[in-house]
Design a protein. Structure first.
Lengths: 128, 388
């Protein structure tokens, strides 16, 4: 199936420029804290758990569906979801490349990338 | 509030649900006038003013100037639909601190006239840090609350039928409210047969989109006693916010657990003592999550708690939203928090519709949620007592 168009991101900040450069190259990055050693998402320069300095690390891109909903009554239905990544952080996303009726909580998924209307690549997930 | 309680002396809900010919500022002024008249006070008595993001202009500056209020205390705390119940608590604190004596809180808006649609993702100010990570995926109020419902069903076995009971109860109350936007009684089947908006939420699981507003007057005891209205005092309040915790989410739990615990502790009462509860009902699932987190039932048992008419006045154990709530009556400015306090005040005064009036209503709770369960939200709990 074709994916519903992803709406514009707008101007990305310098703080997250590396994230968007990575998604354009087909890589999902997470921020990890150099002080407490914990990952988080969405990415911040200062760790939201301890205010330590953070660094980019590549995510495995694997996870499972934590929750989802099929958006109805729009021109093209889509599955919005939270995917719990293997690293233990949730990412708001869409589930793609499957029948919407087949999406389930607990389903194993892997990251893929799709363009927004303003030409950025964003991480979506498909069943493995 | 350690020494003296604050009192709600005036409460007013705008009668309109569609107001294409009124400005938002005008609606604020009309509800302010209504609440002052209800209290028996006048514009010039107001020395504290509270408003949130629905007020046009710069915080309280534009509205105070428009209405002709000369406040010595202002507060524009903004936590979405929970703002106005937080304002109640802040007004009580300001009165206790002596920075104002008569506080006015207003909410008004016209989303219905302006064509607001729940499935349209909201856009935020440039620089809102989470936006690039949420907006592109089509996150909106309906599908975010739907994800909470889906997860709650997964973890606790909650059913669409149980969600529907929240709407059914609201409709049984709304039929007695001549101002309610949706006064028709509906059944569980009606809810389940209405179109899905975002699985598992149907159209009838969603609140109305209405124009209008409401206002409250909060004051100190000696002023409240000098007025001709029944005495309703604020005996407990709590506020809390919650977010994504850096990705360690649990979207089946809300900040009501914290705001409720704080309010109950301050009031010195328990959930089982509450005679009437106004529970924010942007969606049916919103009510179930808050009832659990406030302690009206065990976590995960909210579905069975609301089933079989348990929220219907005269039938169930806990009468909830006897005005018809956001689901059937009114959700002005897409954030109807103030209506929760207004109906609680009506109940404590004995001024609810006779068909839904709780007999000898002494303790009432009002609970507001603002923003989005599922991403980040505010929660406010207030407990009122009728003073005999």
């Amino acid at each position: 199936m074709s994916a519903a168009l992803l709406s514009a991101i707008g101007e990305a900040s310098a703080e997250t420029a590396t994230y968007w450069e990575a998604t354009a190259a087909g890589v999902l990055m997470l921020r990890w804290c150099k002080a407490c050693g914990q990952p988080h998402h969405y990415p911040r320069t200062l760790c939201p758990f301890c205010f330590g300095e953070t660094e980019w690390r590549e995510s495995t891109g694997h996870g499972e569906i934590y929750s989802f909903s099929i958006q109805r009554r729009v021109s093209q239905e889509y599955a919005i979801a939270y995917v719990m990544l293997e690293e233990g952080v949730a990412i708001l996303t869409r589930i793609v490349d499957c029948r919407l009726e087949d999406v389930q909580i607990g389903q194993k998924v892997v990251v893929a990338f799709q363009p927004t209307v303003d030409g950025k690549m964003v991480p979506v997930f498909r069943p493995t | 509030m350690a020494h003296e309680h604050a009192y709600v002396a005036g409460a007013f809900e705008h009668p309109l649900r569609l107001a294409p010919d009124k400005s938002v500022a005008q609606l604020h002024a009309e509800v302010a006038k209504g609440a002052l008249e209800d209290a028996g006070l006048s514009l010039h008595d107001v020395d504290g003013y509270f408003c949130a993001g629905d007020a046009p202009g710069l915080g309280p500056l534009s509205m105070a100037d428009y209405m002709g209020i000369r406040p010595r205390h202002v507060d524009s705390t903004e936590t979405g639909g929970s703002s106005y119940l937080i304002h109640l608590a802040h007004a009580a604190q300001a009165i206790a601190a002596g920075t104002c004596n008569i506080a006015l809180i207003t909410l008004a808006g016209r989303p219905r006239s302006e064509g607001s649609i729940a499935t349209t993702p909201r856009t935020w100010n440039v620089g809102t840090p989470e936006s690039p990570f949420e907006v592109p995926f089509g996150a909106n109020s309906a599908n975010l609350y739907a994800m909470c419902a889906k997860r709650h069903m997964h973890e606790f076995g909650t059913t669409p039928e149980q969600l529907a009971w929240v709407k059914v109860a609201a409709s049984h109350h709304a039929k007695h409210n001549p101002f309610a936007m949706l006064p028709r009684v509906v059944t569980v089947e009606d809810v389940l047969n209405s179109p899905l908006v975002a699985d598992p939420l149907h159209r009838l699981d969603c609140c109305v989109v209405s124009d209008g507003g409401g206002a409250l007057i909060v004051t100190k005891r000696d002023i409240a006693k000098s007025l001709a209205r029944p005495l309703v005092r604020l005996i407990g309040a709590g506020e809390a916010i919650a977010g994504q915790e850096g990705g360690r989410i649990d979207i089946t739990r809300t900040a009501a657990a914290k705001s409720g615990a704080a309010a109950f502790e301050q009031a010195g009462v328990r959930p089982s003592d509450i005679d009437y509860a106004s529970i924010y009902d942007s969606f049916t699932i919103t009510v179930i999550l808050q009832l659990e987190d406030l302690g009206f039932c065990e976590k995960g048992k909210g579905g069975s708690f609301v089933a079989d008419g348990n929220l219907i006045a005269g039938i169930g154990k806990l009468p909830v939203n006897t005005d018809g709530g956001g689901l059937c009556n009114n959700h002005p400015a897409n954030r109807g928090g103030i209506t929760k306090a207004i109906e609680a005040v009506r109940q404590l005064r004995g001024e609810a519709h006779p068909a839904v009036q709780v007999r000898d209503c002494r303790l009432a709770l009002a609970q507001g949620t603002g923003g989005y369960l599922g991403t980040r939200h505010g929660s406010a709990t207030v407990i009122f007592e009728r003073e005999s």
